[in-house]
Design a protein around this ligand. Sequence first.
Ligand SMILES: Cc1cc2nc3c(=O)[nH]c(=O)nc-3n(C[C@H](O)[C@H](O)[C@H](O)COP(=O)(O)OP(=O)(O)OC[C@H]3O[C@@H](n4cnc5c(N)ncnc54)[C@H](O)[C@@H]3O)c2cc1C
Length: 468
Amino acid sequence: MSDVEFLIIGGGPCGLGAARRLVQAGTTDLRVLERSQVFGGLAGSAYVNGWTWDYGCHVQHSHYGEFDRAMMEALGEDGWYHHERASWVWMQQRWVPYPFQNNIHRLDPADCARCLDGLREASAKQGSYDLPPADFDQWAQRTFGAGIHELFFVPYNEKVWAYPLASMNAHWIGDRVAVPDVARVERNVAERRDDVAWGPNSTFRYPKRGGTGAAWKGLADLLPDAITAPGSTVVAVDLPGHRVRLQGGESIGYKQLLSTMPLDLLARATGDAALIGHAEGLVSSSTHVIGLGLKGQMPEVLQGMAWIYYPEPDLPFHRVTLYSNYSPANVPDASRHWSIMLEVSQSPWRVVDEERLIEDVLEGAVRCGLVPARDDVIEVWHKKLVRGYPTPSLTRDAALAALIPALEAHDVASRGRFGMWRYEISNQDHTFMQGSEWADRVLGRVDQEAGPEPTVNRSNWVNARHRE
Ligand SMILES: Cc1cc2nc3c(=O)[nH]c(=O)nc-3n(C[C@H](O)[C@H](O)[C@H](O)COP(=O)(O)OP(=O)(O)OC[C@H]3O[C@@H](n4cnc5c(N)ncnc54)[C@H](O)[C@@H]3O)c2cc1C
């Protein structure tokens, strides 16, 4: 392969967002190196025995018009379903609509009272603290009060993140967690009213066919063949020399490099001891995604649901997607099959016995009533994402503050879910736009109002636009 002006490592959403933008600007002097034969990265899908599976629950919503346009180009206006974000919590043998804090009237009266007291106390203390919360755990205590913190927030979040909440920072949160309005919760409790997070204004889109991966494959297919290089794994990056080396020995030079491979692996690929040392501050967890294909009809109670949170520690999974509700094409024959996808997080702190995992998941799914009978399960699919969640650890920001500028001094931008390692800007829309905005910057096309790379540089501003 010849040297290029713009080289992109990774054909996931971030790399594809960058390539699309460069091509739109009329540039042809670029290449996308993708380790896999298939583009899409963590937003890909698997197709096995007539069943479709995603690499985890992938709900697509957007903070950006450009992302929406790209998705329509990929699959067409008719290529999407639009679903309500009907999400529930299963705990204490009962259903609680999400957000949990707005629906505590569904708990038993003593727990409801405890949660409400805690919420009132937390609310009364707002504004009285001299210092911002030291960590995620303290943020949750101050925001939700003792009852919700203890009953739901800690057990659920420890399952998802697979780390103690006191080891995570508090400033990544932005608009990701709905902060409670006490008067509203009091009213809901008094009237025993469900206050749900979904409805016509709170929807997500999902590909009609081919799972989440179909959108990214569709977008990759729109790029000229000459610029995409599937099956190309970068093993070394020569920062001063502006060259990468591929597995197999080939070397490619560049003027600007966008790397979307995990930042810790990029640091290692440079061989730079200081960068490798800084990358030790980056923490992540693995995600196991288990797809269960079932025969028969989905139980009625699950039929309108999108996904369910499971905070209780006696079940291994923390979230379950009612996956055949997303598209009937996700199962071989929707008249006699249905499917769910369960997620389990793993880290050195939250150890998972991988040998027993499928057995534990099946047993738990039957025990909690999610799966009516073990014999109904006719297909099992399992994928371990070694890097699933980029943990907003207490050490993250110092590591990034050292790594990102040091790489940029050599014309290397590390972006994307594990390239930038910032969970708060790591959804599909964010990562796609991180790539696109990088392309704008290197082309010298910066929006005057937003400034260069707003997703990375003005994350809260970008995320707040979504709420307006
Ligand atoms: C469990 C889970 C649930 C999620 N849920 C949602 C959701 O509900 N909604 C949402 O919008 N987003 C969700 N996401 C996030 C979404 O998957 C990411 O935003 C997106 O995939 C990140 O794109 P990326 O390009 O930054 O990284 P990736 O998707 O990781 O792509 C990086 C690419 O680089 C390639 N690569 C790595 N190393 C090399 C190398 N050395 N040489 C060449 N190529 C290499 C990889 O093969 C990969 O294709 C979820 C992610 C996970 C893991």
